[in-house]
Design a protein around this ligand. Structure first.
Ligand code: ACO
Length: 426
């Protein structure tokens, strides 16, 4: 017999079905709760609410497990490039050689950005935040590609167009912000090598593409590619639930990612480490401040809504720091500070009691710095990695026969009914 849960309200019993996920996670199906009982649930941040059924990514926050389509993140980071992982997220399986070649050709074919769009870039003030530019430009793409995605083929072209062009646009925004000439994508470079080349090639100093840097970038983007119903992905799904077009939904996702509690944390970590370094490197003081409830300061790159243990992606990222710094032939003083900070925090009772461990952003900025990526581009790098995840979730939502317009309820705590007093009598 199907499992149910009984809820008793004012002595009356109500039964609700239980849904069990493929990894054994249980959810009480409360879709009929309000209709049957008149009650709603109260769950700010939705930490206890499943907004959908999804077959894309599995996380176990207690054990530190992350899998895309069943594959452990460690396995993917070690053995797959970003394009393979894009294919996996969008199609459910890793590509074979000919499928891989086919999508690589499509990514190449769709890598150019409409020349008219360059005018938009040129007109943003130089000091604009690249996340704002990216969000606007992705929304604007819809005007250039208004085709309806009514066939499988049209859908795939749109996805490949987005994955390829958004990367080109990100590199363009960096070049223009520096007053440098745009570098076009090249057909003979891989997805990641192309991005590095578009960012850094110069007529006076040709960019030397190091294999280790390309590997590091692949790994960086693989680690960021999806993370189930996080803030930006839920935003993409929320906008998509109103049947807005995919460009609008992704543009909103980029805006959500911008926030320092979400994707903006990778930049905030480096700024925090820099501050600690400038103030003499006292990591204990930073930990004390983070514990002080009268101080709004938080240890950036620590804590996670789901992981109550070490973020599995942070472990991989930490190892990558040493590798890229060795190839870059440089020492980053921020790495030492990060490692000291981690040690002090992990041995501190407050951090232990609150289950606060390093998250992906704690070490990712150090990897990006070693690749030469400027700090204002850090969150854009995250967005480029998360793009296939957002698209996969948008697609899954569109295909979901149980999809509903996002419309949470609220507990109203404002004034009860009252009458307007004419303005001169108030
Ligand atoms: N430093 C100090 N204290 C913290 C931190 C932190 N980084 N994170 C959480 N806490 C404390 C809170 O003060 C709170 O303490 P209290 O219960 O004694 O009042 C408790 O831990 C729970 O905090 P919440 O904000 O309710 O926990 P939540 O799980 O919702 O927060 C979040 C997760 C937002 C990521 C939080 O840990 C944080 O602000 N971290 C710093 C920002 C960051 O690194 N964000 C990146 C997350 S990963 C990503 O989005 C890619």
């Amino acid at each position: 017999m199907a499992e149910t849960v009984t809820i008793i309200i004012d002595g009356e019993k109500y039964e609700f079905p239980v849904i069990t996920g493929s990894e054994g996670e249980k959810a009480i199906d409360i879709r009929q709760l309000r209709a049957k009982t008149g009650y709603i649930t109260y769950d700010p941040g939705f930490g206890n609410s499943g907004s959908c059924k999804s077959a894309i990514t599995y996380m176990d926050g207690k054990k530190g497990v992350l899998r895309y389509r069943g594959y452990p993140i460690e396995d993917l980071a070690e053995n797959c490039c970003f394009v393979e992982v894009c294919y996996l997220l969008l199609n459910g399986d890793l590509p074979n050689r000919s499928e891989y070649q086919r999508v690589s050709v499509m990514l190449n074919d769709h890598s150019l950005v409409h020349e008219d769009m360059q005018i938009f870039f040129q007109n943003f003030p130089r000091s604009s935040n690249p996340m704002g530019i990216l969000s606007s430009m992705v929304n604007a793409l819809r005007s250039f590609y208004p085709e309806l995605m009514t066939t499988e083929e049209a859908m795939e072209i749109t996805f490949m167009r987005l994955i390829s062009k958004v990367r080109t646009m990100a590199a363009m925004s960096h070049r223009i912000s520096r007053g440098h000439k745009i570098v076009y994508p090249r057909p003979d470079y891989s997805y990641c090598a192309n991005f590095l080349n578009m960012m850094f090639d110069s007529p006076v100093r040709p960019y030397e593409i190091k294999k280790e840097f390309v590997d590091a970038l692949n790994m960086f983007w693989v680690l960021h590619a999806d993370h189930e119903q996080n803030c930006s992905t839920s935003t993409v799904r929320g906008v998509g639930s109103a049947r807005a077009n995919i460009y609008a939904a992704l543009s909103a996702g980029i805006a959500a990612l911008w926030g320092p509690l979400h994707g903006g944390a990778n930049r905030a970590v480096v700024e925090m480490l820099e501050d600690i370094r400038k103030n003499g490197g006292d990591v204990k003081k930073a930990v004390e401040r983070a514990k002080d409830k009268n101080d709004p300061f938080r240890l950036m790159g620590f804590g996670h809504s789901v992981y109550k243990t070490y973020d599995p992606r942070a472990k991989i990222m930490k190892k990558m720091c040493d590798k890229v710094l060795a190839v870059a032939n440089t020492q980053d003083p921020l790495l030492d500070i990060a490692m000291q900070l981690e040690e002090v925090a992990l041995n501190d009772d407050y951090f232990k009691d609150h289950n606060l461990y390093p998250n992906i952003d704690f070490y990712s900025g150090i990897v990006l710095r070693a690749l030469g990526i400027p700090v204002e581009m850090f969150t854009v790098m995250f967005a480029l990695g998360r793009l296939p995840g957002w698209i996969a979730h948008w697609r899954e939502l569109m295909d979901d026969p149980e999809k509903k317009l996002f419309r949470p309820r609220q507990v109203y705590v404002g004034e009860t009914e009252r009458r307007v007093i004419p303005i001169d009598e108030r």
